[in-house]
Design a protein. Structure first.
Length: 254
């Protein structure tokens, strides 16, 4: 930080012919070329990550369509079985009506048909239960596919043109956290005493709401929760990136 201006210093002038004040200043190398090279390498890695993600999304979407088609075909077959069973039930009811009219002559047949009716009713109940279980399984699979699609959509949110802008201006890079559904955001230039000192946090994207699981240096959890509340309300990732950087800068200063 620059020192305050002191009037007494403004009156003192170097002797003529001596070194000027600008000559006595140290040379400062901010390493812009190295930073630019690191940013270019990061951009290349990030583009590769996005391309792989797109291919994975396309493959999983095609698989999802195939699964839906198979489920629809299975549902159509179950519907056909239901129609056949209904037709058999109607035919059986007609037979029962005829046997009831001939009860005196067909007592033995009635007992046999009653037992047969009980077996068919049990089979119908079993089939109904199987249909209900199948329908429940279909719903569960569709829900899982929707959840997975939502997860992929959440990851695709990182593929926006402005991300490079924020990566550059916030001095950060994005890495894998070694765990599925997690990303690691690493900042530099947050400590005025050591620009190369890093601060990072891991973002969990496995659910609809974002969540920060780990961070270095330590930041008070209630402050992180306030940032997450704003992010989950607006669904803007830049709010999280800026908010966490501010918390890290505050933590470094203290």
């Amino acid at each position: 930080m620059a020192s305050a201006f002191e009037p007494s210093m403004s009156t003192s002038r170097p002797p003529l012919g001596g070194p000027s004040l600008a000559d006595t200043l140290p040379n400062i190398n901010f390493g812009f070329d190295e930073l630019r090279d690191r940013m270019a390498k990061f951009t290349a890695r990030f583009d590769t990550f996005i391309d792989q993600g797109r291919k994975r999304v396309l493959e999983e979407r095609n698989q999802f369509r195939m699964n839906v088609a198979e489920l629809q075909e299975d549902q159509r077959m179950k519907k056909k079985d239901i129609e056949i069973l209904q037709l058999r039930t109607n035919t059986y009811q007609q037979t029962m009506s005829k046997e009831a009219a001939e009860a005196r002559e067909m007592q033995g047949a009635i007992a046999s048909l009653t037992a047969q009716r009980d077996r068919q009713a049990a089979a119908r109940d079993t089939l109904t239960a199987q249909m209900a279980a199948t329908h429940k399984d279909i719903e569960a699979r569709l829900a899982a596919q929707r959840a997975h699609a939502a997860q992929l959509e959440a990851q695709a949110r990182f593929n926006v043109p402005e991300l490079d802008f924020w990566v550059t201006n916030l001095c950060l890079r994005i890495e894998g956290a070694g765990v599925e559904d997690r990303l690691k955001f690493v900042y530099t230039h947050v400590d005025e005493r050591d620009w190369e000192r890093e601060a990072w946090f891991e973002l969990c994207t496995g659910s609809r709401d974002y969540d920060v699981r780990h961070c270095r240096p330590k930041v008070e959890r209630d402050k992180v929760e306030r940032v997450l509340d704003r992010v989950n309300e607006t669904r803007e990732l830049v709010t999280l990136l800026k908010g966490m950087r501010e918390l890290f800068v505050e933590a470094m200063r203290s």
